[in-house]
Design a protein around this ligand. Structure first.
Ligand SMILES: CC(C)(COP(=O)(O)OP(=O)(O)OC[C@H]1O[C@@H](n2cnc3c(N)ncnc32)[C@H](O)[C@@H]1OP(=O)(O)O)[C@@H](O)C(=O)NCCC(=O)NCCS
Length: 147
């Protein structure tokens, strides 16, 4: 089941983010600050009653950007991420947006594969945008046309 995420759920989202992203996770304040904006839309995925993943998008009149997206490690590879992404794409389309962008580390193969499987195409790279330990990693910029 997928439901809209509310501002009151920011602490829960922060826990899920920490489980999925480890040291790179957003703080509760960052998640709360993002969710508090009118332009941010979020959805939570549930396994039974248990929240197990979420996605946040920034929506503008013509386009949207995926701000962050995760599924708790013990619930990964069960198509939950794919369903959450499809739900967000459908809602964004219904809002009149024509494009969705996102940025992802080039070495995040799970996410890159999911985005490509969902129709996103690679439109650019930001060289050495992230640092994983001492290692510089490019950012991949993906776009999905949804008009
Ligand atoms: C990326 C993420 C959200 C995927 O969620 P998920 O629920 O495990 O993904 P799904 O089970 O829906 O997988 C759908 C497709 O994604 C791809 N995929 C997902 N995980 C993968 C993995 N570990 N290796 C290779 N491909 C993978 C596959 O194409 C898969 O389709 P398939 O099962 O038919 O092969 C999850 O791995 C995650 O939370 N990662 C940590 C946080 C993160 O990197 N977020 C994205 C930042 S932009």
């Amino acid at each position: 089941m997928i439901k809209p995420a509310s501002l009151e759920q920011a602490p829960l989202l922060a826990v899920l983010h920490a489980e999925s992203f480890g040291e790179a996770a957003w703080s509760h304040e960052q998640i709360h600050g993002s969710l508090a904006l009118d332009t941010t839309k979020g959805w939570l995925a549930y396994s039974g009653d248990k929240p197990v993943g979420f996605i946040l998008l920034q929506t503008m009149p013509e386009q949207a950007e995926i701000l962050t997206f995760c599924v708790a490690p013990s619930y990964q590879r069960q198509k939950i991420g794919e369903k959450l992404l499809q739900h967000a794409i459908a809602a964004t389309r219904n809002n009149g947006c024509k494009k969705i962008f996102l940025e992802v580390a080039a070495d995040n193969l799970a996410a890159c594969k999911l985005y490509e499987k969902s129709g996103f195409r690679l439109i650019g790279k930001r060289p050495n945008y992230y640092k994983h330990g001492d290692k510089p990693v490019d950012a991949c910029i993906y776009e999905l046309l949804i008009s």
